[in-house]
Design a binder for this molecule. Structure first.
Ligand code: FAD
Length: 321
């Protein structure tokens, strides 16, 4: 019995969300009196893998196979499921990132496991009950899902669980499973980074703007504010539909669901479809000139006023720090 995690990496570096997954899995392993094994796929240096020892991971199975250089959901799911069987894992945890969303159900099917996607907190584990909290009905409610299957797959929402240090000894095992060609039908050939901007899915802080900005020519101040805060930029659906911003920035029910520590919404009304993707942010700051804007109902801090006056003032303040 063990807890298995999948470690996501980009440019051979382990992602922040993977340390969240390690910390979360380590807390589950402690409750179950077992240990955490990590699956690392790709050309990640041993020194980088060793960093997992600080977060309660005692074994890493490293698969560095040329066929798996690029993400392929079927092939990765097969490898992770195979390692889960080899390690007799009964809980498998991964991030509810874009790749995690593709992998988790495939792994669950291969292992005949129950699944909770988008977990928000540690499961309640007592006697033979294993209950995981997640959001439901477009983040309007919580669902408490009981996993009664022998094997359980959990995908953890990014930023839902804090990274917690717990130093252990870690051993790395190289593993080279057979990769079937039929699993390589859909492979991402190349990922090219278009900018050095912070990735929206992993960002701690997100500066987001809506139709209140009037046009794409006004996004300079949003980008400047985001740069000063080390934040990612996001937008509402009509903004990306109009081509003011790329679709990759669209958050909400039909866009990316995010839960950063700080979400700053500028000139966004707060329609329920928008809130569905952002309401689990830890702190929400809303800047809107309409005091009746629905976003204020879920805001932790609200500024009623014109974004074109307020945002430059915030930028000026930040620059003077
Ligand atoms: P508006 O609703 O036009 O709001 C603009 C806001 O800016 C207003 O509150 C206004 O007071 C404020 N404002 C104007 N000028 C200024 C100023 N100078 N300074 C400060 N504030 C100002 N939307 C999403 O965002 N994400 C989704 O995933 C999504 N999915 C959808 C799915 C479905 C099936 C449907 C039907 C809709 C979906 N929508 C989604 C659209 C959603 O219903 C809203 O229409 C949309 O979120 C509104 O975007 P907005 O707030 O940018 O624009």
């Amino acid at each position: 019995m063990s807890v298995l995690i999948y470690i996501e990496s980009a440019n051979n570096k382990i992602k922040k969300s993977a340390y969240e997954v390690a910390s979360y899995a380590s807390a589950i392993a402690e409750k179950l009196s077992t240990s955490v094994t990590a699956t690392v796929i790709g050309d990640v240096e041993n020194s980088e893998i060793m960093s997992l020892a600080k977060y309660g991971v005692s074994k890493a199975v490293h698969v560095n196979n040329d066929k798996l250089k690029n993400f392929a959901n079927q092939a990765y799911a097969s490898v992770i499921a195979e390692i889960a069987k080899k390690e007799q894992a009964n809980v498998i945890v991964l991030s509810n990132s874009l790749s995690g969303k593709a992998l988790a159900p495939r792994i669950a099917i291969k292992l005949n496991a129950g699944i909770v996607d988008g977990a928000l907190a540690l499961p309640e584990i007592n006697a033979d009950k294993f209950i995981v909290r997640k959001t439901a009905f477009s983040s309007k409610a919580f669902a408490y899902v009981e996993l009664s299957s022998a094997i359980k797959v959990i995908s953890l929402n990014p930023n839902a669980y804090e990274i917690v240090k717990k130093a252990v000894d870690l051993t790395i095992e190289a593993y080279n499973p057979e990769v079937r060609d039929r699993d390589l039908k859909a492979v991402i050939k190349e990922i090219s980074q278009v900018s050095n901007k912070v990735s929206l899915a992993d960002a701690d802080i997100v500066v987001s703007a809506g139709r209140g900005l009037k046009g794409p020519e006004n996004w300079g101040m949003i980008e400047e504010l985001a740069n000063l805060l080390g934040a990612a930029t996001a937008c509402s659906k009509p903004v990306s539909d109009a081509g003011w911003r790329p679709h990759s920035e669209h958050v909400g029910q039909t866009g990316l669901a995010i839960s950063p520590n700080l979400y700053i919404a500028i000139g966004i009304s707060g329609a329920i479809q928008h809130l569905a993707g952002v309401s689990s942010s830890k702190t929400i700051v809303v800047i809107n000139k309409d005091p009746e804007a629905p976003f204020f109902k879920v805001a932790d801090y609200g500024i009623i006023g014109d974004a074109f006056e307020i945002v430059p003032k915030i930028i000026q303040e930040l620059k003077s720090l």
